[in-house]
Design a protein around this ligand. Structure first.
Ligand code: BMP
Length: 215
């Protein structure tokens, strides 16, 4: 994934035509486009290839199964053209290793979720997030997902993972601050509704980008 704007677009729309149109309009403002269940279930896995015409694609299927099933999911996403996948750590090391092995074959990036950005993540995920970050390091993941809604947690996770990549959702619609997340150590910010849901998505993307000047 290139590192120019430090922004990743979360393209959680459910219309294939709208997704392609937004990708075409917005790709220059983003280093990658993240697509997940809302779009893939609506438009089919072929949407990965269509969006790849405009940008690197990270498939956010939050893979969380036994190793063999994880392998099959990775194959489907990477075979469709994804340059990165996102997996959960909680199923354990063997499950994550299956994802790491698949991504290595394709030369793709594995991102491991540590602590999610929504309030409910404080119940089960936050207490284990640091162990999940260690597991991401152990399996050789390219990076982790850490919450822009809690910059102090980004800082803690950065101290565990060294120079691996942190991609960070929660800016904008979820109330996280772009500048505080970057200051805390995020490499990329994941932004969805505040851009694709805006009346003028291009203007909204430009605004987010201008807020990042100086970082
Ligand atoms: P939005 O900017 O609209 O809140 O979108 C954030 C995106 O990041 C969504 O695709 C969501 O599924 C994802 N995400 C998140 O919000 N928090 C996490 O901890 C992990 C995520 O993948």
């Amino acid at each position: 994934m290139k590192k120019q704007t430090r922004l990743i677009l979360a393209l959680d729309v459910t219309s294939k035509a709208r997704a392609v149109s937004l990708a075409e309009q917005l790709s220059t403002y983003f280093d990658a486009i993240k697509i997940g269940y809302p779009l893939i279930l609506s438009a089919g896995i072929g949407i990965v290839k269509e969006i790849s015409a405009y940008s690197s694609v990270i498939t956010d299927l939050k893979i969380a199964d036994i190793p063999n099933t994880n392998h099959l999911i990775c194959e489907a996403a990477l075979g469709a053209g994804a340059s990165g996948v996102i997996a959960h750590a909680f199923p354990g090391k063997d499950s994550l290793e299956a994802c790491a092995a698949s991504t290595a074959v394709y030369g793709a990036d594995l991102f491991v979720v540590t602590e999610m950005s929504h309030p409910g993540a404080e119940l089960f995920m936050a207490p284990l997030a640091e162990q999940m970050a260690h597991l991401a390091v152990d399996v050789g993941a390219a990076g982790v997902v850490a919450p822009a809604t809690r910059p102090e947690r980004i800082k803690k996770i950065r101290s565990i993972i060294g120079n691996k990549t942190i991609i960070s959702p929660g800016v904008g619609a979820q109330g996280g601050s772009a500048s505080k997340s970057l200051e805390a150590g995020a490499d990329y910010l994941i932004v969805g509704r505040s851009v694709y849901g805006a009346e003028d998505p291009v203007a909204a993307a430009r605004k987010v980008l201008s807020d990042l000047q100086g970082f």
